[in-house]
Design a protein. Structure first.
Length: 377
């Protein structure tokens, strides 16, 4: 810094320099030359003569910052514009990268809500992202077992809690023709439910718990249009009455034209032996590619575009959830192929890796209609 002052002409050269330190007052000498020789961008010199050796010890720079300065008029300090311009540039840059900064921050802090696609809402704990155990832990409280009773017998299926008030989505064929519906939550407590609306054309039904308890955990509905073949999935339901069973696999195909029965009598054929001792075929008949599977679908049928999965689905999974690895519901399980040749026993039926689910976007589009009674009302 001392060298800078000398280059700028602050200290005069030759005889004038000697007079400044050996006779002529320091203040007078520097005030006379300041107006013509000092760079106007620098602050004025100190108003007293520096002590010997001060420059060598770093005293001069300190004096410039802390001691009173001459009252001589100075030119505008252009240097002040530098920091202001820099701050403005930083602000603009921060605004430009704000989105990326926010995303990086949430990743570093373990925020469970990520951005990117409509299905990327992450309800799974950050430490268990992308794991079946993480999905099961996060979503299992939202999956219920449904027992429907009618004159024809009893049927067991699954359902998905979608509101804290106790609304539950399931398949129409699970509750079709039922005179009484019981719902068992993941904590083992049972409640009575009533039908709000049904849509047999989409094989969907909306039921609601009576005197629903507080603290229900609604599931997060994702975006089935963003699902790709090969995406990992988890299925949760009550196959054979085994509440809360978790299986996993991938999405093996999209847009499968699956045809199911809309007959109430056909729906009641899905009777489960698990715990009830009622026996029955335990299979839901459906058609695909012009062929019938798991029995006769009857004369009244409906066809919908389904997600195909190799996650193990068995009788009782109907109405349960197909879930992506972020914990979003992407489908409602509705049909499965069984290789059993003896349709008189549910114990002979089993998954062979061909299961089908109603896309969740179909469910979301139908919710308003279901809440008003459904298309079958």
């Amino acid at each position: 810094m001392t060298e800078s002052f000398r280059r700028s002409g602050e200290y005069p050269q030759g005889d004038q320099q000697q007079s400044a330190y050996s006779g002529q007052p320091y203040e007078q000498s520097h005030q006379q030359q300041y107006a013509s020789s000092v760079n106007p961008e620098w602050p004025p010199p100190p108003a007293y003569q520096p002590t010997p050796g001060a420059a060598a010890q770093g005293g001069a720079p300190t004096a410039l910052l802390t001691e009173p300065v001459s009252s001589a008029p100075t030119a505008p300090r252009k240097r002040a514009k530098g920091p202001l311009a820099l701050l403005a540039a930083v602000a603009i840059a921060a605004a430009a990268v704000g989105g990326g900064t926010a995303y990086a921050f949430q990743e570093l802090t373990g925020n469970d809500t990520a951005a990117g696609s409509a299905t990327s809402t992450n309800v799974v704990a950050a430490s268990k992202k992308g794991t079946v155990a993480g999905v099961a832990e996060a979503v299992s409280p939202s999956i219920v077992e449904i027992s429907a009773t009618s004159n024809a017998g009893s049927a067991t299926g699954s359902g998905v809690v979608i509101t804290t008030g106790g609304e539950i989505i399931t398949n129409n064929h699970v509750i079709s023709g039922a005179s009484q519906i019981k719902v068992q939550l993941s904590n083992g407590k049972s409640y009575t439910a009533s039908v709000v609306g049904t849509d047999s054309k989409k094989d969907l039904a909306l039921i609601e718990l009576k005197d629903a308890p507080s603290g229900l955990t609604p599931a997060t509905l994702g975006d089935s249009d963003a699902v790709k073949v090969g995406d990992g999935v988890v299925a949760i339901g009550s196959p054979e009455g085994l509440t809360g069973t978790v299986t996993s696999g991938i999405v093996s195909a999209l847009d499968r034209d699956v045809t199911v029965s809309t007959d109430e009598s056909q729906g009641q054929q899905q009777q489960q032996g698990g715990g009830s001792g009622s026996g029955g075929s335990g299979q839901w008949p459906f058609e695909f590619g012009g062929q019938e599977f798991n029995g006769d679908t009857g004369s009244s049928t409906t066809t919908y575009k389904a997600l195909q999965t190799d996650a193990s689905l068995n009788p009782g999974n109907s109405g349960g959830a197909l879930i992506d690895m972020n914990g979003n519901i992407i489908g409602i399980n509705s049909a499965m192929y069984s290789a059993a040749t003896d349709s008189s026993s549910s114990s002979s039926a089993g998954s062979v890796g061909l299961g089908f689910a109603i896309p969740v976007n179909t469910v979301k589009a139908d919710l308003a209609s279901l809440r008003s009674g459904g298309s079958d009302s």
